[in-house]
Design a protein around this ligand. Structure first.
Ligand SMILES: Cc1ncc(COP(=O)(O)O)c(C=O)c1O
Length: 391
């Protein structure tokens, strides 16, 4: 008999009833260190007082009105994002997938309005993840995500990850945009080298196409800059955001330059909930904390500490791990044993991690994790690895 929850997830037998900072707590009081943060969502940790205050204050005033009216919190969040980034304009969504949908529509509309309606194709990397909608799975392209769900949305091409020459070769008169994650998340924590991102920006400029960045997982302070592309010193035309921006409240956004967004006038796109007062009140509180040099400097310092300790862990367990990779607090441990076994052993040692492709486990702690918690997390991972070795 089918369970009452559609069984699309292989869920762990864990159930948390409370969160405190970097900790998740079960009903019996058992405390887990959370190195998953809801898959890079709880940037400020669980139940951060400033986020709880922002949400409850807004909840006591007004939950929802729709985008038929002005929404002060939405205006404030849009202004904050525009001030802090390359973007001139923002559309709010409820998820990364919805941000993908608009990014694709916006790129196609741009060329339609520019008198080049044949330019509809989007080129993406193999191993990418952009969400589970029809556009999202077509953009990812992998059989794992698309099999059985055809016909797929047409107009997507894929090239091997990091292969600049393949991008060159794939661009033709029908190309509208390149769509990439600066750091692949689901694909196994693979940061694109800065020179590669710069090269793709140049390529887009040379060939007159748009650069769309998917910063759903790597954005909002995760890599130690507000957005990961800042490390390379280039900017996109369109950027997808979600996860961390809502700190746990479902919120996403598409950020764009004025030029890329020219065709998106009244009636071209919409969302009942996107940018609603609750989500935007929380988003403003997240931005107030994360988008400061002090907070980002701390992310970088803690990232250095965590990486150093993880290198020690890998060296101590060569039969379990083969290396550390990633950027900032978006880290991956490449496993020698099966990654899901390592995740399970972590649960036994009361530390939560997230599996990814390429036999990697992801470590995406709340950006507010403390030095002592980092030390404790690595101690628990060490216990998990030791348990696997002796099993
Ligand atoms: C890079 C990237 N893009 C898009 C998505 C889809 O976001 P959502 O699950 O919020 O729809 C994800 C989710 O993991 C992601 O990591």
């Amino acid at each position: 008999m089918i369970p009452s929850i559609l069984p699309t997830y292989n869920r762990a037998p864990l159930s948390f009833v409370k969160g405190e900072g970097a900790w998740l707590i079960e009903a019996d009081g058992q405390r887990f260190l959370d190195l998953g943060a809801g898959i890079a969502v709880n940037a400020m940790g669980h139940a951060h007082p400033a986020l709880v205050a922002a949400l409850t204050e807004q909840a006591g005033k007004l939950w929802h009105t729709s985008n038929l009216y002005q929404i002060p919190a939405q205006q404030e969040l849009a202004d904050r994002l525009v001030e802090a980034t390359f973007a001139d304009t923002v559309f709010f969504t409820n998820s990364g997938t919805e941000s993908c949908e608009l990014a694709v529509k916006m790129a196609r509309k741009f060329f339609h309005d520019a008198g080049q309606p044949e330019r509809t194709d989007i080129i993406a990397f193999e191993g990418a993840f952009h969400g589970r909608s029809s556009a999202g799975i077509a953009a990812a392209g992998s059989e794992k995500m698309t099999k059985g769900f055809g016909p797929l949305l047409p107009g997507f091409k894929h090239v091997p990850w990091g292969d600049h020459d393949a991008f060159h070769a794939a661009i033709d008169d029908n190309t509208a945009a390149i769509l990439i994650e600066p750091v692949q998340g689901e694909g196994g924590i693979r940061p694109l080298p800065d020179q590669c991102l710069r090269g793709l920006r140049d390529l887009c400029d040379e060939r007159g196409i748009l650069l769309i960045l998917d910063e759903v997982q790597c954005g909002v302070g995760r890599t130690g800059r507000l957005f990961a592309h800042e490390w390379a010193g280039v900017t996109p035309d369109i950027m997808m955001v979600a996860k961390g921006i809502g700190g746990g409240f479902p919120l996403g956004a598409v950020l764009a330059t004025e030029r890329a967004a020219t065709g998106m006038g009244a009636g071209t796109h919409g969302s009942t909930y996107g940018g609603n007062p609750l989500g935007c009140a929380v988003g403003c509180a997240v931005m107030e904390h994360v988008a400061t040099p002090e907070f980002l400097a701390e992310v970088n310092r803690k990232a250095g500490l965590m990486r150093q300790r993880l290198e020690g862990l890998v060296a101590a367990h060569p039969d379990i791990f083969t290396g550390v990779r990633g950027l900032g607090l978006m880290l991956g441990l490449k496993c020698k044993t099966t990654n899901t076994d390592v995740v399970k052993a972590g649960y036994d040692a009361l530390v939560a991690t997230v599996p990814a492709a390429d036999n990697v486990i992801r470590l995406l702690p709340p950006l507010t994790i403390t030095d002592a918690e980092i030390a404790e997390a690595v101690t628990r991972l060490d216990a998990a690895a030791t348990a696997l070795e002796t099993a």
